[in-house]
Design a protein around this ligand. Structure first.
Ligand SMILES: Nc1ncnc2c1ncn2[C@@H]1O[C@H](COP(=O)(O)OP(=O)(O)OP(=O)(O)O)[C@@H](O)[C@H]1O
Ligand SMILES: [Mg+2]
Length: 372
């Protein structure tokens, strides 16, 4: 049972007391669930033959390790505090008997590592047979506790192996914590060959507590003062970008949609800085915007111009972009030439009509609790 006074509860209360966090009762169930998990990890480790002599049993784990704590799958909208809570719990797990070895990774980076290990196994002429149990064994040897940030499945090669990989990991007593923007049932939605993937969803529900962090507050956006979310000046826009960036380094990233690659030179984790011309004057469409929203949590968009009749195609794309941002709850910071109501000049036509919705959405998205 989770104590009302578990280590994470105490840690969060202390951060609130020192004004580093604001109280958010909607985070309480997640804190309790993580404290329950920490209490499980604090129990002495059960003797586990399969794990101690892992290499012997690597190909065939003899028994399911039913003694392992149930993991936690924490999902919800952007900026709700999932990563923050997971990272705080991960730090508190240091030295606990069942978390003596721990690994925290971005889920995509973890899967890239898994594919590398599978590849290395296949290249090695001394090895034969199914690589997955062996890869799972090596991962389990390195970490009893795995914490995955931004759990998402978009890649068919990942989808095909996840059920088998995680069955093998759980069988070796590995505990998994994950944060995600989607409920397990919505993972790999509409993906290729989804029937191969479906057993993985059942596995998550069996081996992990599934919990939604349904806070009304996007804490990330709450840090940006209302007046700084839609600005005219580049300097002010840049200051917000720097503030969101904090100590993170900017880097370029390529994302792939429908066989095409889009390059974004200025990103950091879930933050994307780009401009109107890149997103709205190139032949991108709703599916590209959706891919962007799946990959990033906050878009800093600069150079939004006043649009005239001649900019109708760009305006169409801008409408699709804002609709997608709105629907997916992504945070938006804008640097524009005019207030939302003065962005589109023509008064007739479909775009003029649709722009009314966009004006209202842009205004709503500037509110600190937008996205809930
Ligand atoms: N209760 C809180 N008070 C103040 N700031 C908070 C609180 N909870 C989280 N934050 C901060 O808000 C920001 C967003 O939180 P976090 O990254 O954990 O969100 P998330 O749910 O993981 O979002 P995403 O789905 O986009 O990854 C972080 O800077 C985090 O430290
Ligand atoms: Mg996160």
């Amino acid at each position: 049972m989770a104590s009302a006074n578990g280590p994470l509860r105490k840690r969060i209360d202390a951060l609130v007391a020192s004004d580093r966090l604001t109280p958010d009762a909607a985070q309480d169930p997640a804190i309790a669930a993580l404290d329950a998990l920490l209490a499980e990890l604090a129990k002495p480790r059960a003797a586990n033959k399969a794990s101690a002599l892992g290499w012997l049993f690597a190909a065939k784990p003899k028994t399911q390790n039913i003694d392992a704590p149930r993991g936690l799958y924490l999902y919800g909208g952007v900026g709700r505090g999932k990563t923050m809570l997971m990272d705080e719990a991960f730090a508190l797990a240091a030295g606990l008997p069942r978390a003596q070895t721990r690994r925290r990774a971005h889920f995509h980076a973890f899967m890239a590592d898994i594919h590398n290990r599978i590849h290395a196994w296949r290249q090695d002429e001394t090895k034969s047979g199914d690589p997955i149990p062996h890869v799972a064994e090596s991962v389990a040897q390195e970490a009893q506790l795995l914490a995955f940030d931004e759990f998402a499945v978009t890649d068919a090669a990942d989808a095909m192996i996840l059920a088998r990989l995680f069955t093998e990991l759980f069988a070796r007593g590995v505990t998994v914590i994950a944060t995600s923007n989607v409920a397990p049932d919505n993972l790999y939605a509409n993906g290729l060959n989804r029937s191969f993937f479906v057993p993985f969803i059942a596995l998550i529900k069996e081996r992990m507590v599934v919990l939604e962090l349904a806070s009304p507050t996007d804490h990330r956006m709450a840090k940006v003062p209302d007046g700084d979310r839609y600005v005219s000046g580049s300097a002010r826009f840049d200051a917000v970008w720097q503030m969101l960036l904090g100590t993170d380094e900017e880097s370029g990233i390529e994302i792939r949609v429908k066989g095409r690659n889009i390059t974004f030179p200025r990103t950091a984790g879930g933050l994307l800085r780009t401009d109107f011309d890149t997103l709205c004057r190139k032949p991108l469409g709703a599916s590209d915007y959706l891919a962007i929203c799946e990959r990033f949590h906050t878009l800093c968009l600069e150079g939004v111009p006043v649009m005239e009749e001649a900019d109708r195609n760009a305006a169409k794309r801008f409408i699709a972009l804002i609709d997608t941002l709105y629907d997916t709850g992504i945070g938006l910071i804008v640097q524009a030439e005019a207030r939302p109501a003065a962005l589109y000049m023509p008064t007739h036509g479909t775009e003029a009509f649709e722009f009314k919705r966009i004006i209202s959405r842009l205004q709503e998205m500037q509110a600190s609790d937008w996205g809930g």
